[in-house]
Design a protein around this ligand. Structure first.
Ligand code: ADP
Ligand code: MG
Length: 249
């Protein structure tokens, strides 16, 4: 990555649901090529932050700057996807009746127009890209398996692969290891680290063991604000963080 500065810059962001502030004048930014973990108790506003960045929720106040683009907070979801922000939701949205390979192929160039798609054939370059992603997500041995028959962990990896196939520059991933075995969790950590070598990745997660495995920098959200931010050890020893995680109050 040759670019410098912030890939995403969120300023003074407020989101209200019937007067309740899910995000409260939040400031948050992330550098190019970063793998950032966002943690925080239930209801802290973590998912809402991703919803705003990908255009699903419109803020009452504030700005979202993506790379060199201007404020994208008023853009529609598909416009934001086209700019290069990819979102992986908590429940995988894969095509269950298609093969692993077909799922990836369908995601390639997904952001091109329907007209372009009509005339497109899979180029050899596309084929190489699919192979590369299959390899990265650990499904190289299963390209022709029906996606619906994959394990829970494999489904999650396939969907991460689908976001990669969309050529997103910034990947937003919400609680990827929920429901995974220890083995799958560790594999997911390695996958996200590999992806972060070529893209920027913003991950929301509860599982502190997982956070320790992969995190460089951790941001803690609490009541719609940034409580603290820093290396994982520092954050874990922060008194306020310990308090909210011990569930006091
Ligand atoms: P987190 O992901 O950190 O658990 P969320 O961003 O999902 O938290 O939610 C933050 C707060 O906003 C919660 O109190 C939640 O109930 C509320 N909230 C989220 N989405 C909506 C919505 N669509 N309508 C009303 N309240 C919402
Ligand atoms: Mg959430």
């Amino acid at each position: 990555m040759t670019e410098h500065g912030s890939i995403i810059y969120v300023e003074d962001l407020t989101v209200s649901f019937d007067g309740f502030k899910a995000l409260d004048a939040l400031n948050f930014f992330m550098d190019y090529g970063e793998l950032r973990l966002v943690i925080g108790p239930n209801g802290a506003g973590k998912t809402t932050l991703l919803d705003v960045i990908c255009g699903k929720v419109k803020p009452a106040k504030g700005r979202v700057i993506f790379g060199r683009d201007s404020d994208i907070s008023t853009y529609r979801e598909h416009e934001i996807a086209q700019l290069g922000i990819g979102r992986k939701f908590q429940t995988p949205s894969i095509y269950l009746h298609h093969t692993v390979r077909e799922n990836l192929e369908l995601s390639l160039h997904q952001n091109k127009s329907a007209w372009a798609m009509l005339f497109r054939r899979l180029s050899s370059e596309d084929g190489d890209r699919v192979e590369e992603i299959l390899d990265m997500i650990g499904l190289a041995e299963k390209p022709y398996q029906i996606a619906g028959s994959l394990s829970h962990g494999e489904k999650q990896w396939l969907e991460i692969g689908m976001v990669m196939a969309q050529e997103a520059q910034l990947l937003l991933i919400d609680e990827p290891v929920a429901g995974m075995t220890e083995d799958e969790t560790e594999k997911t950590g390695r996958l996200l680290q590999a992806i972060a070598k070529e893209r920027s990745v913003l991950v929301i997660e509860h599982d502190m063991q997982f956070v320790r495995q992969i995190a460089n920098k951790v941001s803690v959200l609490h009541e719609g604000r940034l409580l603290c931010e820093g290396p994982v050890d520092e954050v874990q020893n922060n008194e306020q963080v310990m308090e909210i995680y011990l569930g006091r109050g």
